[in-house]
Design a protein around this ligand. Structure first.
Ligand code: AMP
Length: 396
């Protein structure tokens, strides 16, 4: 019997403390209690210097829209690797920091969970740039695995990855935080195979359900219909839709609904899952950007048979879970807790142990030491229940 993913939800109390010694915009913030007196400012600067000196920055690992990421290590222990994310100084935000950076620090310091990237420290460099010291995740991201034709994976692997993603999102939602940018590229892989939710630059708290929020979030292919229709009040259901899209993409190895504009995205969503109406989604016609459906072309809401036909590798129970994440009406979508309580986790195949999950690289090794299974190999059971979409090299 597979173990419910709920069983490993609790974070370890020992990693909860994040030392935040750098006040945002330290010099200009005259109202900060840290720096009202010159001695306070000196103390803050001293603390910041102490943190900065703990780390040595090495080679550049990658670059995102608002940051450059470097490999780094602890000065006292060169084998303790970290990722140092240096926030770019942007002309737009020259008097302070971008909201993305502020959000990333604010939410990551609140969240400590095995499936959420850990923020170890924050410091400002001599040039006044903010640096986030993050857990180093050396094995790329899920997008790399999906796209790499040399990486073969099966239903048990998909179950393990979706379980880890769902646990991370559950923890965010329990803490009233929406991620708002879940996609394969933001799911980084640790040395031991654990998948970690990263990039909290668009995250926000959703404690007040009546507060208006922007609908311009979540990368288009993973964006739920309520946001495409311009909803300003929404919930954790937006992240659940994104998990559903990641789930579908892992099974198909291509994005399931890939629009080339917001308008094209909503029309593809309706084509795939059904036409929203007041009957199947009460209130949809009152959403700000709702577009009335063409009366001559309405698609009925898709049921179980559709999901099973489209995603045979998920099996009937997996297809049922996927369907519950892809309900057009966000109120009907599963919550993260319901996802983790679904019977899929208790049906065969069991999720692959994280150490045995396929990994990127030259395709000759599995994660962990001393493992004999080669990259790309899948066991008989997995193979039997794996459709050809999962195997780019099947030649079919
Ligand atoms: P980001 O700005 O978060 O999108 O990061 C840009 C790139 O840096 C990513 O695509 C990764 O290649 C790399 N990267 C980011 N964070 C980490 C990390 N914690 N460990 C290893 N590489 C990372």
């Amino acid at each position: 019997m597979a173990v419910s993913p709920l069983s490993s939800l609790s974070p370890s109390a020992s990693d909860t403390a994040v030392k935040l010694t750098c006040a945002v915009n330290l010099q200009d913030n005259a109202h900060s209690p840290l720096i009202t007196h010159s001695t306070g400012r000196e103390l803050a600067e001293q603390l910041n210097d102490d943190v900065r000196h703990k780390y040595i920055k090495d080679k550049k690992l990658g670059e995102g829209t608002y940051a450059v990421v470097y490999l780094g290590h602890l000065r006292v222990d060169p084998s303790s690797l970290v990722a140092i994310k240096k926030i770019k100084v942007n002309a737009e935000y020259k008097d302070g920091l971008s909201m993305d950076a502020i959000r990333e620090v604010k939410y990551l310091q609140e969240l400590s969970h095995p499936n959420i990237i850990a923020l170890h420290d924050v410091f400002s460099s001599k040039d006044q740039n903010l640096n986030l010291v993050l857990e180093y995740l050396p094995h790329g991201d899920l997008e790399m695995l999906i796209k790499d034709g040399n990486v073969h994976y099966g239903a048990a692997d998909v179950k393990a990855w979706i379980g880890m993603l769902a646990r991370g999102v559950w923890f965010c939602h329990e803490n009233f935080i929406l991620h708002r940018d879940i996609k394969p590229n933001n799911l980084l892989i640790a040395f031991d195979g654990e998948v970690k939710l990263a990039d909290f630059g668009l995250a926000r708290s959703f404690a007040d359900p009546y507060l208006n929020m922007t609908h311009q979030v979540i990368t288009r292919w993973y964006r739920p219909p309520e946001l495409l229709y311009g909803a300003r009040q929404y919930s954790g259901a937006v992240d659940i839709w994104s998990i559903g899209m990641v789930f579908a993409e892992l099974l198909l190895r291509v994005p399931f609904v890939a629009g080339n504009s917001d308008l094209d995205q909503i029309s593809k969503v309706c084509e795939a899952f059904g036409t929203p109406t007041e009957d199947n989604w009460p209130g949809v016609t009152r959403l700000p950007n709702y577009i009335p459906a063409d009366k001559n072309h309405t698609v009925p809401i898709q049921g179980r048979e559709f999901f099973l036909r489209q995603f045979p590798t998920a099996g009937p129970v997996g297809a049922d879970l996927l369907m519950s994440m892809c309900m057009l009406d966000p109120r009907k979508r599963s919550t993260a807790r319901q996802v983790l309580q679904h019977k899929w986790w208790f049906t065969e195949p069991k999720p692959t142990e994280k150490e045995n999950l396929p990994r990127k690289s030259d395709g000759t090794q599995k994660m962990g030491n001393g493992l004999t299974r080669k990259g790309g190999e899948i066991d008989d059971y997995t193979f039997k229940y794996t459709a050809r979409q999962l195997d780019f090299n099947a030649g079919e």
